[in-house]
Design a protein around this ligand. Sequence first.
Ligand code: HEM
Length: 163
Amino acid sequence: MNMMINTVEKFSLKKVITMVMMVALVFAVLAPLSAKSAHAAIPDGTYGIDYTVYADGTNNASYMDNGEYSVKPATLIVKNGVAKVKVTLKHKDWIKSFKTQQNGTYVEATTTTSGDTKTFEFPVSNLSTKLNAQIHVVVPASVAGVAYDHTYTVQYLFDEDSV
Ligand code: HEM
């Protein structure tokens, strides 16, 4: 009789352990997914969002990432589930063009100016991947030392966790 109870107890303990492990496994698999989908569903609203500008094709902060040129944070606007970002650059007269890559094509951002800054607004379809941007910068030789006229490609990466 005792043996039987032991067997029954062992059996059910095994079952319980197996179930606990299965539940843990399901959580381990689903938790990262649900964290991602939480990101995807930032409610409509306007937020400050941190970002880094990367030198083209690298994981190094670009020359233009520093506070002398880029104003931080950027502004994230979510409307009807669609995300747009506004970034602001200093020295408005130096930034002749600001394009972001949208579905494979470089598209000029919507531009506004304020004081000596220029703000560029563009859609961001995926906040967790780098976005290519092309910036045409012209700095007078009197400031740069030599005539400075370059079109650069950089990547913007926004930090969803900072929202
Ligand atoms: C007085 C003004 C400026 C000077 C003297 C200057 C100088 C330079 C120099 C020497 C480089 C080459 C650096 C290297 O290859 O390591 C460079 C690259 C670059 N500059 Fe400028 N720059 C000026 C203004 C700007 C402005 C206003 C922007 C944009 C807002 C800008 C964006 C870039 C970018 C994107 C690169 C490519 C390398 C990278 O992404 O780090 N620069 N600049």
